[in-house]
Design a protein around this ligand. Structure first.
Ligand code: CP
Length: 306
C-alpha cells in the first residue's frame, strides 16, 4: 500500500506484517541498535493542524531512528493563520520533496484530500472524529505482546465512542485481526449505525459492570468534552459513577486482563489515578510501542514493502 489513511486500508496479512516489523524494530532497540540507515536521504513531514503530544513526538522519533530527514510543521505560527489552504500547504511541501506526509487535522477526510495533491505517502495521524490508524496499530501491538494473540481476544472499548477516532480505527483493525469487540457506554455516546457499519460482529452494551468479567482487554476512551453537547453528557459525576474505571471495577476483570487508554487521560473522569498507575495498566507501554509501530509504518510505506 502507498498510504495509510484508514485502518480499512489494511487487510489481515498487511496489518500482521506491520505488527511483526514493529516487533523487529523493538527488538533492535532492545539490543541498543538506536538508529537504522533505512530511510537515509528521505524526507518525512509532520503536518499538524491539531495539538498532539504522543503522536507527534513518536512520529518524529520513529523517522529519526530510521535516519530520515524530518520537517515538523505546526499550523500555529505558519501561513495557515493567514488563510493558506490545505491544498496550497500541500503543494509547498510537495515542492520541498516530501517522501511522506504525516497529517493530523480537525477535519475528517483531510488525509484523503491530501493524498490527491502530493506524490509521497500520506499517513493519517488523526482526522477529526474519523480515524487514527497508527494508534490502532500500536494498541494491537500492545495487546499481542502482552496477551500473545489477537484472534479471539475479547476487547471492550468504553466511553465516548461517538467522538472517538481511536475507537473507529480500533474496531476496524481488531475485527480484521479476529478480535471480538464490545462497545460500552451511555446510549447517547454510542452511535448504533456507526458500530454496525464499522463491523457487523461488533457488540454494544450500556452496562460496563456486566461486561468486565468476560474481557481480556478494557480500553478506556477520553471523554472529549470539547466536542460534547449537553444532550450527550448530562453530568461528569454521573458518567464516572456508571462508566468510570476505578479499583472496584478493575477487580471484576479476569486476572490476566489489561487496562488501556490512548491518552491524554482525564484522570478522575473515565479512569481513576489508581487504575491508570496500576500494574495492569499498559498506558506508558502503549506510548513506547507507538515509536516501534510508527517506525514499521514508515519503513514499509517508504520502502514499498507493505
Ligand atoms: N493518543 C494520541 O493521539 O495522543 P496525542 O493527541 O497526544 O497525540
Amino acid at each position: 500500500i502507498k498510504h495509510l489513511r484508514s485502518a480499512a486500508d489494511l487487510d489481515a496479512p498487511t496489518a500482521t506484517l506491520i505488527l511483526d516489523t514493529a516487533a523487529e524494530m523493538a527488538a533492535l532497540a532492545g539490543r541498543e541498535v538506536k538508529k537504522l540507515p533505512t530511510l537515509r536521504g528521505r524526507t518525512v513531514v509532520n503536518l499538524f493542524y491539531e495539538d498532539s503530544t504522543r503522536t507527534r513526538i513518536s512520529f518524529e522519533a520513529a523517522a529519526k531512528r530510521l535516519s530520515a530527514d524530518v520537517i515538523n510543521f505546526s499550523a500555529k505560527g505558519s501561513s495557515v493563520s493567514k488563510g493558506e489552504s490545505l491544498k496550497d500547504t500541500a503543494l509547498t511541501l510537495q515542492a520541498m520533496g516530501a517522501d511522506a506526509v504525516v497529517i493530523r487535522h480537525p477535519a475528517s477526510g483531510a488525509p484523503h484530500r491530501l493524498a490527491a495533491w502530493v506524490d509521497g505517502s500520506v499517513v493519517n495521524a488523526g482526522d477529526g472524529t474519523h480515524e487514527h490508524p497508527t494508534q490502532a496499530l500500536l494498541d494491537a501491538y500492545t495487546m499481542r505482546s502482552r496477551l500473545g494473540r489477537l484472534d479471539g481476544l475479547r476487547v471492550a472499548i468504553v466511553g465516548d465512542v461517538l467522538h472517538s477516532r481511536v475507537a473507529r480505527s480500533n474496531v476496524l483493525l481488531l475485527t480484521t485481526l479476529g478480535a471480538q469487540v464490545t462497545l460500552v457506554g451511555p446510549p447517547t455516546l454510542i452511535p448504533l449505525d456507526v458500530s454496525a457499519a464499522l463491523s457487523p460482529s461488533t457488540k454494544v452494551s450500556y452496562d460496563l459492570d456486566s461486561v468486565l468479567p468476560d474481557m481480556d482487554v478494557v480500553m478506556m476512551l477520553r471523554v472529549q468534552t470539547e466536542r460534547m453537547q449537553d444532550s450527550y453528557f448530562p453530568s461528569a459525576r454521573e458518567y464516572s459513577r456508571r462508566y468510570g474505571l476505578d479499583l472496584a471495577r478493575m477487580r471484576k476483570l479476569p486476572e490476566h486482563a489489561i487496562v488501556m487508554h490512548p491518552g491524554p487521560m482525564n484522570r478522575g473522569m473515565e479512569i481513576t489515578p489508581e487504575v491508570a498507575d496500576s500494574s495492569r495498566s499498559t498506558i506508558v507501554e502503549q506510548v513506547a510501542n507507538g515509536v516501534s509501530a510508527r517506525m514499521a509504518v514508515l519503513y514499509l510505506l517508504l520502502g514499498g514493502k507493505a
